[in-house]
Design a binder for this molecule. Structure first.
Ligand SMILES: *Cc1c(COP(=O)(O)O)cnc(C)c1O
Length: 371
């Protein structure tokens, strides 16, 4: 028997969450962002649930190839563009659209031999200061691209640094939006501005974006937890991580649990040992008190997370024991939900990091619930 731990991907939840993103930007087309192997869900496993998207956005050429292998003939966008000349050949072969964020990428395009001109997304650095042309050089980049026979339509793109909250106590996107609008005022082309947070938290009228680029929302993590949870945004978890109880240990007052004896019982307790540890992607930093569901009922961890195991308190659950289902995040068999955001908050990180870090060794299945 394999070790009793399992990740389950829920296509129906992906489909539901995609519909939520579409509803938030009803006039826009949607890039389903599937970089990092669909945020740890697996591109092949996530594809069915996301096929109502208008296109797929990602970083790696091999991931683009995998989407084509699934039979997708629609748009695919490389969010960081190409890294070397050779990549442009594959863009031509797979009809990939690509971001252009620097002069070197324009140089490569100018030297690229192709019969089919490429659709490109010209990226502006409107204030995040990672990728993109500065507002002052954006227009000359556009003009140069526009003159290239290798280039078809040019779309206009930027990325927000603070769409999930405030910036210096002010509106999180106002400064970048103003910068972008001013520098693109009379340029033709479709516009793509919003990640998940901007899509959900700002009005479509204000953003006037032709393409939205939701990622995290599709996977059922809140864009601004703890201010708002997934229930507030009407999202469903797309990944469940669950494991079973493989031992039950009675404790007396004064007994400790696990490495470092970091938890000491102050009364008699029943502790369950669960087949999930940091080598499965469960964060080692999670302290005593990190929430879990035990047979779908609320509970929490005690003591240190070890490589292959965690320990949870089942003193309040007399029915729980050997073989009980423990949900680390996602949806329990009884339908109860533990959002990945609640666990991430205990680990001082975001749902993004936890889902992307699901370990290779965890067996993964696709939920058979029809979509
Ligand atoms: C990852 C990414 C997104 C999606 O961001 P979320 O916060 O997951 O919605 C959108 N645009 C770009 C350029 C990205 O790199």
């Amino acid at each position: 028997m394999p070790r009793p731990i399992l990740a389950t991907i829920h296509p129906a939840a992906l489909q539901h969450n995609l519909a939520r993103a579409k509803a938030a930007a009803p006039d826009a087309k949607v890039w389903a962002v599937v970089k990092a192997n669909a945020y740890g869900h697996g591109i092949e496993r996530a594809f069915e649930g996301l096929r109502a998207a208008d296109g797929f956005a990602l970083l790696d050429l091999d991931e683009a190839q995998r989407i084509r292998d699934l039979g997708w003939r629609g748009p695919i966008l490389l969010l960081e563009g190409v890294f070397e000349m050779r990549d442009l050949e594959l863009c031509s072969r797979l009809s990939l659209w690509h971001t252009v964020h620097c002069t070197e990428q324009i140089d490569m395009l100018a030297a690229h031999k192709t019969n089919a001109p490429h659709r490109v997304f010209l990226k502006m650095n409107s204030g995040m200061n990672r990728l993109g042309f500065a507002p002052a050089s954006y227009r000359s980049a556009w003009t140069r691209l526009n003159a290239l026979p290798q280039v078809d339509e040019i779309s206009l793109m930027t990325h927000f640094s603070d769409a999930d909250g405030a910036r210096f106590g002010q509106d999180g996107i106002a400064h970048q939006l103003a910068t972008f609008n001013a520098a693109t005022q009379d340029l033709p082309g479709e516009r793509s501005l919003s990640n998940s947070a901007a899509t959900l938290r700002y009005s479509a009228d204000q953003l006037r974006t032709d393409w939205v680029r939701p990622g995290i929302t599709l996977y059922g993590s809140s864009v601004d937890y703890p201010a708002h949870d997934i229930a507030h945004w009407g999202l469903q978890p797309a990944m469940t991580l669950s494991a079973k109880v493989i031992a039950v240990v009675p404790l007396s007052a004064g007994d400790s649990v696990g490495y470092g004896s970091s938890f000491v019982a102050d009364k008699a307790m029943r502790i369950a040992v669960v087949a999930c540890g940091y080598a499965d992607g469960y964060p080692r930093i999670c302290p005593t008190g990190t929430p879990v569901l035990i047979d779908g009922l609320p509970g929490h961890t005690v003591g240190r997370v070890s490589m292959d195991m965690i320990t949870v308190d089942i003193s309040h659950l007399p029915q729980a024991g050997m073989g009980s289902e423990v949900t680390l995040w996602g949806r329990a068999s009884n339908g109860a939900v533990l959002s990945i955001d609640e666990v991430a908050a205990k680990a001082q990180t975001l749902g993004y990091e936890l889902m992307c870090a699901l370990a290779q060794r965890v067996p993964t299945q696709v939920d058979s619930m029809p979509i």
